[in-house]
Design a protein around this ligand. Sequence first.
Ligand code: PMP
Length: 378
Amino acid sequence: MRKDYLLTPGPSQVPAEVLLRLAEPVFHHRTPRFKDMYKSLTEKLQQVFLTKSDVLVFASSGTGAMETSVVNLIPKGKKALTIESGKFGERWTEICAAFGIEHDVIKVEWGKAVKPADVEKKLKDDPNIAAVYATLVETSTGVEHPIKELGAIVARTNAILVVDGISGAGANELRVDDWHVDILVVGSQKALMLPPGLAVMTVSPKAKALTEKVVKAPAYYFDLKAALKAAGKSDTPYTPALTLMSALDVAVAELLKEGMENVFARHAKFAKAARAGFEAMGLKVYPERPATALTTVLMPEGIDGEEVRNIAEKKYGVNIAGGQEKLKGKVVRMAHMGYVGPMDIIIGLAALEMALAEKGVKITLGSGVAAAEAVLKQ
Ligand code: PMP
C-alpha cells in the first residue's frame, strides 16, 4: 500500500466534497438547471477574484483562455506587449507568434520580476500597444510579478492588462478590480482545487470594448464575443464541461466560506513556513520575489534536483516538481496552493530533508521541519 501526497504546482489536491460532486449523474445543459448553476458559479467566481467583471468558463486547460485573450484583443495595426521571465511568460509570445499577431517583448532574467517602470516606458514610447500580457505567478521560477503596480500603470493608458493567473489566483493576493486587471485567466487545477479541464476568465468593460475593435478574430471555439454573448444569458456557445463546473461551484463555495482575506493569509503563512524551512535546511530560495503559491529552491552544488524529487516520490510518496528547461535538475518546486493545510508543508519539507540526506547532503534531519513548525504554530 502506498499513500501519495500531491505537492506539485498543478495539478493540486482536490477535496473529497469536490470529488463527490464529480460523481453525480450528468444532466443536460440547455436547461434552467444549468443556467442556475452557471449563474451561481460565476457570481461566486466574481467574489473569489474580487471583481464585477464578466466571468467566462471554458472547457480547456488554462492555455485555452490565454489563447482567447490574445487572438480576440489585438485590432489590426495594433500590437501586444508580452512580458517574459520564464516558460509561461514566453507562452504569451509564442501564442502571438502562432497567430501572426504583432508583438513586442520585455525579457526579464529568469528568477527576477518585471520592473513596472520598464512597462511604463514601453507604453509611453509605443501608443500602438493594445494589451500588456503579464503573469501573476511564473510557475517555472516561482516569481510573483507586481501586478498591482502594473495595473496602476496600464490603467492610465488605452491599453488593457491581461494577467495569466493560472497559477496562484485564489492563493496569492489578487484584487482584479482594485488592481485594474482587465483580463484574468485561471486554470482549474491549481488554487481552485479542481482536476484539470477548466479555464476561467474575467473580462472588464475596457477589455470588452476592445473586442469590438477586432473585426475578425482568428478564432472559432475561442471566439470571445460569442462567449461573452452567451455568458450574458448564463449560457455557453458549445457544450460546457458541466460536471467540472458543478464541482467548481463546490470548491469556490469553500473558499468563500473561509473568506478571501483568510484564504490569502493562510497561503501567505504557508509560504513563509516553507521558505523558513528550506532556508533552515541550508537551501536558497531561487526567485527574488517569491510567490505565495509555490516555493522554488536551488539544489546544493552537484546535487541533481530530479534525483531528489524522484526519491521523495518513490520512497515517501511525496510529489514535488522539478525544474523546467534551463532550471531542470537545478531546482525543486513545492506548491502550497489550494487544498493545503499546515501538515502539507511539514510533509513536503520532511520528504526533501530525507531525500537530500540520502544524496549525501550534510543536513540535520528535522531542521527544516522545526523552522516551519515555528512559523505554523503562530
Ligand atoms: N501559465 C502558468 C503560470 C502555469 O503555471 C501554467 C500551468 N503550469 C500554464 C500557464 C499553462 O496552463 P495549462 O497547462 O492549464 O494550459
